[in-house]
Write a protein that binds this ligand. Structure first.
Ligand code: SF4
Length: 401
């Protein structure tokens, strides 16, 4: 995976500031988004209580991460799933590649950890036909760029740019640039991929150590197809997603949906093992209508080491709601061009330090203005501005300043 250098960050940021299409896309997407979350919280104050419970549950796991990983592995085996553990991004890629092989059709649902380990590109390099099925993530795939927001990867694209990408790259004719038309065309185009897919790859919002069940929250309905239609399902899950119980996992999904301003979520998927039936003579047979095989790849990639660091450990509570990004004055102008090669904005700086090393996070820290608005909106009270200040100090020390 790439490391980060300050000159490149500055170049990227300047390009973002001088890109009128990106600035217009961000301006259109941002209007009103800042008001929606407070409205949801005012209508559903119980979410604030759930957020406190999520914070506590995540703290408990991070204090004893190895034990919770072991519990999750045993629970996954108990429900008939096949667990794997990957220490690094490379190991994670190799494990998934070993299961998928080559010459397959693969459908993926949006997963930041899959982007973190460069999974799609790796599977494509092995001769697989790989399709992102989340609309925003598909647009990113067609554009050959990177996700620009945790929840809304194509937040920076205008409808005109989305229409151009879909018609040029998918070779389909569009009547105009109406968003409804773009969505309908992509829906028709991807149907065939879902049906032909040999493998479905998803992430997870939370994985319950007590049961081996994991939860995925969504609005499009693509996750249901990715995880339900192909004969093989692989879930790639960062070990930070482990929570003690299935109830905690539901709480994560509810809080994440609310802070992503998508509440109530349209779909909440729970997966505990491969599809099975015991309808005939009470004999359990795997592979009824869903996949008969489920692999779960648990990814460390710096998380266990970070869990032992007093301040950086706090970043691991992140539930990827993207709220801090929308609140950040720097992110509003640059999107994920600032914050790291995969993650972006205030949370991106911390995640880059976790996954690529503190030196890489430190290179990014300087563009932070220190306003601390991100701290105030984070549902799990991650002290993002303190993490970034600490990284600035590391940079100064390591450069003899
Ligand atoms: S750091 Fe907090 S606000 Fe930002 S994405 Fe993570 S949980 Fe959400």
């Amino acid at each position: 995976m790439p490391s980060v250098a300050l000159e490149e960050v500055l170049r990227d940021v300047r390009r973002a500031l001088e890109d009128p299409a990106l600035q217009e896309g961000l301006r259109r997407a941002y209007t009103g988004a800042e008001r929606r979350v407070p409205e949801i919280l005012a209508e559903h104050p119980e979410i604030l209580e759930l957020a406190r419970r999520v914070e506590e549950a995540k703290r408990r796991v991070l204090e004893d991460l190895d034990r919770y990983i072991e519990m999750a592995v045993e629970s996954l085996k108990g429900v008939g799933a096949e667990p794997h553990f990957a220490g690094t991004a490379e190991e994670a890629r190799e494990i998934v590649a070993g299961i998928v092989g080559s010459g397959k059709v693969v459908v993926m649902s949006k997963s930041m950890v899959a982007a973190e380990i460069g999974l799609r590109e790796h599977l494509e390099s092995l001769g697989n036909e790989v399709w992102e099925t989340d609309l925003g993530e598909l647009l990113i795939q067609l554009q050959g760029s990177k996700p620009m927001h945790t929840i809304a990867p194509a937040i920076h694209l205008t409808r005109e740019e989305a229409a151009r990408l879909v018609s040029e790259k998918l070779g389909v004719k569009l009547d105009g640039e109406k968003i409804e038309e773009i969505v309908a065309v992509v829906r028709r185009y991807l149907r065939d991929k879902f049906v032909r897919a040999d493998v479905g790859i998803s992430g997870a919002n939370a994985l319950a150590a007590d049961t081996g069940a994991f939860v995925l929250v969504e609005n499009e309905g693509n996750i249901r197809l990715v995880t339900g239609l192909p004969p093989l399902h692989i879930a790639v899950v960062g070990v930070d997603k482990i929570v003690p119980t299935l109830t905690d996992a539901f709480h994560v999904a509810m809080v994440q949906a609310a802070y992503a301003s998508l509440y109530p979520p349209t779909y909440l998927n729970v997966i505990a093992g491969p599809s099975s039936t015991a309808d005939i003579e009470k004999k359990r047979v795997y592979g009824a209508h869903g996949p008969p095989k489920l692999h779960v790849v648990l990814v460390d990639n710096g998380r266990k080491k970070a869990a032992k660091k007093p301040l950086l450990a706090e970043q691991l509570r992140c539930i990827r709601c993207g709220r801090c990004q929308l609140e950040c004055p720097v992110w509003r102008l640059t999107a994920n061009h600032w914050g790291g090669p995969v993650y972006g904005g205030p949370m991106g700086v911390g995640w880059t330090a976790v996954t690529l090393g503190e030196e890489s996070g430190a290179e990014l820290a300087h563009l932070c203005l220190g306003c601390a608005r991100c701290d105030e909106v984070c549902p799990v009270r991650i002290p993002l501005s303190r993490i970034i200040r600490w990284l600035k100090k590391l940079y100064a020390e390591s450069h003899g300043l």
